[in-house]
Every structure is written in C-alpha cells, then in structure tokens.
Design a protein around this ligand. Structure first.
Ligand code: PMP
Length: 427
C-alpha cells in the first residue's frame, strides 16, 4: 500500500539525499490551493512548487493548453524546426517587460536563464566580472551557485566557486545595512576586488526570494542603474521568483522605475511546465553569435503553450490586482498576529503583493534572528494542514506563497492555521 511512510522508505533507498525535502509528503492530487497526500490528508499549499503555480495547481486553462499541444506534438527542438507558440510567447513577453525594444530567448530552468544572462553580458561587454549580492539566490549550477550569496547549503563542500564573481552587501536596514552602506559596499568592491571597467554585469533580484523576501529599495535600484550607466556595466534583474504578478505588479522591477538591460524569468512563467528565459535589449542580445544560445529543450512547445495560457489567466482573472489586494490583506492580518503576546516573537513583517514573509526573532519588538524556532512553526502548521516554507539569509524567515487564485475562505483558513501554529510554537 502507498503511504507517505512507505514511499519515504523507497525515496531514501533510491534517491540522492543531496536533494532536501521541505515536507515528508507525497502528493497524489492537487487543485488550486489544495493538495492531498498519499495518506489521504488535505493541505493548503502555500509553497506552490516554490513560487511556480501563481495560477494554482492544475489551472483548467493552463492544463487544457498544454494538453492540446501534447496531442499535436511535444518536441522538435526550436534550434532544428521552429513553431509558432515560441514566437508568440516571445512577442507577448517582450511587450510586458520594462525593457524597450526587447528580444527573448527561452530555456528550461531559472539557473539556466541566469547562466545565459551572464554569458550574454560577458559576450556583449567583453568583460569577465559579475557582481551579485549577499543573500541572493541564483541557482545551483557551478556559476549560479557561486553567484548565490550564501554558501551553506547550496555549495558547501563543493570547493572553489566560479571565477570573477563578487558579492556586494544587500540593503536591509533593520539588519544594519542601509542603502548608503550597500552603495558604499559596492564602491569598496571596485576599490579592492575588481575595477568597474572589468565588470560585465550587476545581477540583482528586485525582491530577494530565497534570501528572505527583502525588496531592494527603489532608490537603491536607481543608484545601481546610475552606476551601471557610468561604467558600461549591464544591469540584470533576476525575476525568476518575483515575476508574473507575484508582487502585485507584473514584474517586481516595475516598482523601481528603471529599465534593466537584461531580465531572467522562469518559475511562474510556465505554471509548472519547465520554461525560463532571458529578455533583454535587442542591441545586447544581437552580440551573441548564432549557436551561442539554446539547449535541446529550451522553449519546449508544451511549456510555451502553458506559458501563453498563464499570461491569459493572469489577465482574465486580474491576478496583478488580486495579488496587490490579497497581499495587503495578508500583511494586515500578520501584523495583528504579531501584536499578540501568546505567539512566538515576530520581527519584521513584510510583503510585496503576495510575496509575503515575516521574521521570527529572539525578543518581542527586536530583530535578533531566531532560526531555531522556524522549523517548529513550519511543522506545527503542517500538522494542522498548511504547507509553508522557511527562507532567509538568517534562516529566520517564514514565507507565504499562496497561489494568486486562492479562494478567500481558504486564505483565511490558512492564516488561522498559521496563527495557531505560532501559538503552539510559543507554548
Ligand atoms: N533565481 C532566483 C531568484 C530563484 O529564486 C531561483 C530558484 N529558487 C533560481 C534563480 C534558480 O531557478 P531553478 O531552480 O529553476 O534553476
């Protein structure tokens, strides 16, 4: 018989332990915000495949579009024979990004998109250097795990990282780094590590994802744009986790009123069908010779069809607006929970649309991270039927990634469970 525990035994024997599992669940059925596991228990899923199913599990429109494409054909390799959905998707993406005269190229994973953005930037500038931020997450490949601004667990034990990657401080005022400190940190790198004329790209998540849902302040984004312009450095916004209506705008970069040179996109783009992309100024993408970009599965037709349907659902169901509204509602409720004196001490509560998170801290009213309490809260929520994820440079952040399509009664149900879990962990 199939149960979580029998499947877990088989998983332990057959699958590498290097893949960590946030829950011990095996999912048998999933619909919008809900999932059912191998023991028949129902959960509200506020992880949604790590910010992938912004349209919820198995959205009928996305599934129908993917099925129709599967029934027609599922793969030719765009590099061999082309197909319309790839072109249509590029046209639609080019039209919604905050980049004028944009072109797109598609891959399969976020890490691949970031790898290619760096490759494009190095080719276009003829420079080697890449600057990223402490706490950033850009992937698990050799280059992207080096760009990631946290060693354990992502590349602990893996030895030397990739060359020419430097980490600048990311501004988080309540953890002691102001925007001015972060700008000064960047100038220190120019002084001590690499000259600006050797830097190809500065890569930034407009809202750090794995790092803890910290939004880069608008003034910082604008300062980065100015520094890039002054030195011929390309500004790359990694929107892999923050894109496609998650933050109450189509892209989190939209909050900064700047035009990046390149953007990386993935995750919610395909609602679960693996697809990613680099979008950028035509003048930059043009610098890469034919054959320099691609991959067997990049822009797979089934994933393109799912992605086109995802864009339609975002528009039809007004998910950008819904994300802003429900995000504000969630913040309000979390701030009320924070004020209770019978829950574990909650520090900063923050959110950009439905990219919502809060920190657990040692002392009420303070900011000293308490990473040890986080697994207890996550486990207490799971026991009560809510899947949530932790994250954060300080490992003290709980993030809520509800589908943007979550029914409001289920959102309330999830927040009630969370409140009870925060009480249980305090007891
Ligand atoms: N960039 C960001 C901002 C991410 O959040 C992630 C995934 N968490 C990645 C890149 C890597 O994406 P993937 O896991 O699809 O390679």
């Amino acid at each position: 018989i199939m149960s979580n525990s029998s499947l877990l035994e088989r998983r332990k024997a057959a699958v590498a332990g290097g893949v960590a599992n946030a829950t011990p669940l095996f999912i048998e059925k999933a619909k919008n915000a809900e999932v059912w596991d191998a023991d028949g228990k129902r959960y509200l899923d506020f992880a949604q495949g790590i910010a992938v199913n912004n349209t919820g599990h198995a959205h009928p429109k996305v599934q129908a579009a993917a099925k129709a494409q599967i029934d027609n054909f599922s793969h030719t390799a765009f590099q061999v024979s082309m197909y319309e959905p790839y072109i249509e998707l590029a046209e639609k993406i080019n039209a919604i990004v905050p980049i004028r005269d944009a072109q797109s190229v598609f891959f399969s994973t976020g890490a691949e998109a970031v790898e290619n953005a760096v490759k494009i930037a190095r080719t276009a500038t003829g420079r080697p250097g890449v600057i990223t931020f402490r706490g950033a997450f850009h992937g698990r490949s050799a280059l992207t795990s080096t760009m990631t601004g946290k060693i354990a667990p992502y590349r602990a034990g893996a030895g030397l990282g990739a060359a020419a990657v430097y980490h600048a401080p990311f501004p988080i005022p309540h953890h002691g780094i102001t925007v001015a400190d972060a700008v000064a940190g960047l100038h220190t790198i120019f002084k001590t590590d690499i000259e600006p004329c050797d830097v190809a790209a500065i890569v930034i998540e407009p809202v750090q994802g794995e790092g803890g849902f910290y939004q880069a302040p608008k003034e910082f984004m604008q300062e980065l744009r100015a520094i890039c312009d002054a030195h011929g450095i390309l500004m790359v916004c990694d929107e892999v986790q923050s894109g496609f209506a998650r933050t109450g705008r189509m892209f989190a970069t939209d909050y900064a009123d700047i035009e990046p040179d390149l953007m990386t996109i993935a995750k919610a783009m395909g609602s679960g069908y693996p697809i990613s992309g680099v979008v950028g100024k035509r003048s930059i993408l043009e610098k890469v010779n034919p054959g320099g970009l691609g991959g067997t599965y990049g822009g797979n037709p089934v994933a393109c069809a799912a992605s086109l349907a995802t864009l339609e659902v975002i528009e039809e169901e007004k998910l950008v607006e819904r994300s802003a509204q429900l995000g504000a509602y969630m913040l309000d409720r979390l701030n009320k929970i924070k004020d209770r004196d019978d829950v574990v001490p909650i520090g900063d509560v923050r959110g950009v649309g439905m990219m919502v998170a809060f920190e657990l801290v040692k002392e009420r009213g303070g900011h000293t991270p308490d990473p040890d309490i986080v697994p207890k809260v996550v486990a207490a929520a799971l026991k009560r039927g809510l899947i949530i994820l932790s994250c954060g440079y300080f490992a003290n952040t709980v993030r809520l990634l509800a589908p943007l399509t979550v029914p409001t009664d289920q959102l309330d149900e999830a927040l009630d469970i969370l409140e009870a879990a925060l009480q249980e962990a305090a007891a």
